[in-house]
Design a protein around this ligand. Structure first.
Ligand code: FAD
Length: 400
């Protein structure tokens, strides 16, 4: 592995900074946390990126994307996070988009790709069901063929942002094969189709990200099947294995680090700044060391991913465990370091307006910190739990 600074990457970083300086509107609210942006901001930013040729920053040129290397994509994410740009629709760009690019028919591409570039169509993911999360292949939502439609019945759960999404990509059972991975199909479904009901789940952070999604005799045109009927598991594996280097969420870890450094010199406890307290410095140094180790690991996984090395899969699982655990530790440390202010819970960032009568602490740094700490509890669950990641590492490296 090459540890020398990459001058090409440095000049790419300058290019991204210049782009952001020119194109990020002054009146666009700066995102201070790692949560998804409100729909209007996300869509506006997507249109700005697209108008300037960066509408698909993670895709190859062949698919209309920027054609950046994995390392360049990481730089783009990092600079966007540092500048506080709105988020992108990760479900569209990182999950269903690549599936459409590689497996969809020309008609399906014509229908779905332009709205992703324009920000006209937001997506959500309908995979998990009650009782089918880690063991996804045990899913029971069924689609029965009726002429040129499938009729879908069943329930999905933990459907992030289904309440904002225009379309959902859905795993359904179309066959009765005994091997549970067989007989699963991948459907694209318009959320406005009659028979779909979305019910909110409010999570421990007090926000509405999650939903239960019910399908009651939902008629989906057969033309919305991606790939071959009954072979959706192949597409699912492709989708779930698509991204490895970003699983640690380095931009978020770096932001936590910046926030902690800012607090060190300003926040006071018992008459002294945090920077004057031995225990604070020791803990900060420990997390800095972990962050540096993860940064090197991300670089390594990016190189492996670029080379399509099979070991990127297991390394990605290691990164996910280390990165998400550090996110949890650093966000807790932030809350603790803010003392009384850290305990203040803030309003749902997706709500239209802040509730009246809320007393906010004076430090801007305290805003949203407790909310995000609670949200980060979920990072070791979504995208595959830590236990499942450990099984992947064991299976891949030790051939269990
Ligand atoms: C914030 C958040 C957002 C999400 N967004 C979406 C979304 O948009 N769309 C979607 O489809 N899903 C989404 N999910 C669901 C997520 O994918 C599942 O929660 C996850 O796969 C775990 O499944 P489960 O909740 O059913 O837990 P289970 O699979 O029931 O696991 C329960 C516990 O048992 C452990 N366990 C299970 N199997 C094994 C095993 N074989 N070996 C060792 N330990 C095991 C797990 O690690 C866990 O600790 C989201 C989840 C969260 C928390």
């Amino acid at each position: 592995m090459n540890f020398q600074p990459d001058s090409n990457l440095d000049s790419f970083r300058q290019e991204v900074r210049l782009f952001l300086g020119r194109n990020l509107p002054a009146d666009m609210p700066r995102r201070k946390d790692g949560m998804r942006s409100p729909r209007a901001e996300l869509v506006r930013w997507q249109r700005i990126l697209n108008a300037n040729g960066w509408g698909a920053p993670y895709w190859t040129k062949e698919h209309g994307g920027t054609g950046w290397s994995v390392a360049q994509r990481l730089v783009f994410d990092e600079e966007c996070a540092a500048a506080g740009t709105p988020s992108l629709d990760a479900f569209a760009h990182k999950l269903v988009g690549p599936v459409i690019n590689y497996f969809a028919t020309p008609e399906q591409k014509a229908e779905h790709l332009a709205p992703i570039f324009n920000g006209d169509r937001l997506w959500c993911q309908g995979f998990s069901e009650p009782g089918s999360g880690s063991d996804l292949a045990s899913l029971r939502t069924r689609a029965e063929r009726d002429g040129d439609h499938y009729v879908v019945n069943g329930q999905k759960i933990w459907t992030s942002y289904a309440h904002q999404a225009d379309w959902i990509f859905l795993l359904v059972r179309t066959g009765n094969e005994t091997k549970k991975q067989a007989g699963i199909s991948f459907l694209l479904v318009d959320m406005k189709t009659p028979g779909i009901t979305v019910r909110p789940i409010i999570s421990i952070d007090g926000c509405h990200h999650l939903n239960e999604t019910f399908f009651d005799n939902v008629r989906v045109p057969v033309g919305n099947l991606v790939g071959t009927e009954g072979e959706g598991w192949k597409l699912t594996k492709f989708l779930l294995n698509n991204e490895h280097a970003t699983t640690a969420d380095l931009p978020t870890l770096r932001r936590f680090h910046r926030q902690l450094q800012a607090l060190a010199g300003t926040a006071r406890a018992c008459g002294v700044t945090l920077a004057e307290r031995h225990e604070f410095l020791l803990r900060l140094a420990r997390y800095e060391a972990e962050l540096k180790a993860i940064t090197v690991m991300v670089q390594r996984v990016a190189e492996m991913e670029q080379d399509h090395s099979p070991a990127a899969h297991a390394m990605g699982s290691m990164l996910k465990i280390r990165g998400t655990e550090l996110q949890q530790k650093m966000s807790e440390f932030l809350v603790e370091s803010l003392g009384d202010h850290g305990a203040v819970s803030y309003p749902d960032p997706h709500a239209q307006q802040a509730p009246t009568g809320a007393t906010l602490p004076p430090q801007e740094t305290a805003q949203g910190v407790a909310t995000e700490m609670f949200f980060r509890r979920a990072t070791t669950i979504y995208g595959g739990t830590s236990e499942i990641q450990r099984s992947i590492i064991a299976r891949t490296l030790f051939h269990f």
